[in-house]
Design a protein around this ligand. Structure first.
Ligand SMILES: NC(=O)c1ccc[n+]([C@@H]2O[C@H](COP(=O)([O-])OP(=O)(O)OC[C@H]3O[C@@H](n4cnc5c(N)ncnc54)[C@H](O)[C@@H]3O)[C@@H](O)[C@H]2O)c1
Length: 256
């Protein structure tokens, strides 16, 4: 396991699912972790759990769709641990499953504000801090297989996730010359609260059919498996990888 001692990692959407697993993994590897999300109780619980296991963590209540929150989040990271090496922009919502014809403008705005504008705001302030420090860094955005696939009823989510790919490649091109790598992780089905909510809307039967017939590994992923993909992208093993999408999906997107 790569030693991340002395490094500082920031994870958004850390209060549950993939974000929580990622924060725990970084802490296990020795990094000091800044956990950000909107729900303070869950963040407090995560910090306690990391500290009990011997790790270092601090929480900062953040709504990633608000510029002032995101600016303060990065400021909090620097004030708490003195530097920022890894930033995982994982916060996201699925939004309603709705026909485009019926999709409310407010729902479109909410999904795009959190998933896409939130990702832009995070990169803006994280990259600024990394550039000021001059130590390089690694930014990993939380995409989805819906960053390149679409589905009926998911237009806002799909559009936001596609947009994150453009943000990733643009940021990679801009910050690569200064030693900051920017990549996007695009998971398939992962067992998280979001997965449970979508199952609730689309039905267990449909999910089980898709998992059995369209996922080569015939199962949903664990949040820890996505966390390890993210940690790989932050590690020295990925030192020549930037601007890329990495797709831990059990083979889902390769099935026609
Ligand atoms: N679970 C899956 O099957 C799956 C598949 C592909 C992609 N993803 C993506 O992975 C990421 C994490 O999802 P998850 O499955 O762990 O879901 P989750 O609902 O368990 O976690 C999402 C996290 O984002 C946080 N969040 C939501 N809005 C926020 C905001 N405005 N500001 C700050 N934090 C906010 C939530 O509080 C939560 O901590 C999302 O971007 C999601 O789109 C998930």
């Amino acid at each position: 396991m790569e030693d991340m001692n002395g490094k500082v990692a920031l994870v958004t959407g850390a209060s549950s699912g993939i974000g929580r697993a990622t924060a725990e993994l970084f802490a296990e590897k020795g990094a000091s972790v800044v956990v950000a999300a909107r729900r303070e109780e869950e963040l407090k619980d995560l910090v306690e759990s990391i500290e009990t296991a011997g790790g270092k963590a601090t929480a900062v209540k953040t709504d990633v769709s608000k510029a002032e929150d995101v600016r303060r989040m990065v400021e909090h990271a620097i004030e708490s641990f003195g530097r920022l090496d890894f930033a995982v922009n994982n916060a996201g919502i699925e939004g309603p499953v709705s026909s485009l014809v019926d999709l409310a403008e407010d729902d479109w705005d909410r999904v795009l504000d959190i998933n896409l504008k939130g990702n832009y705001l995070c990169i803006k302030y994280e990259a600024e801090a990394m550039l000021n420090a001059g130590n390089g860094g690694s930014i990993v955005n939380g995409g989805s297989v819906n960053s390149f696939l679409g589905f009926a009823g998911g237009a806002a989510y799909v559009a936001s996730k596609h947009g994150q790919v453009g943000l990733t490649t643009s940021a990679s091109a801009e910050f690569g010359p200064r030693g900051i790598r920017v990549n996007i992780v695009c998971p398939g089905f992962v067992k998280t609260p979001m997965h449970q909510r979508i199952r609730g809307v689309l039905g267990n039967e449909l999910f089980e059919m898709v998992l059995a017939n369209s996922v080569h590994l015939q199962r949903a992923g664990e949040p820890e498996e996505i966390a390890r993909t993210i940690a790989f992208l932050c590690s020295e093993d990925a030192s020549y990888i930037t601007g890329q999408t990495l797709t831990p999906d059990g083979g889902f997107t390769l099935t026609v």
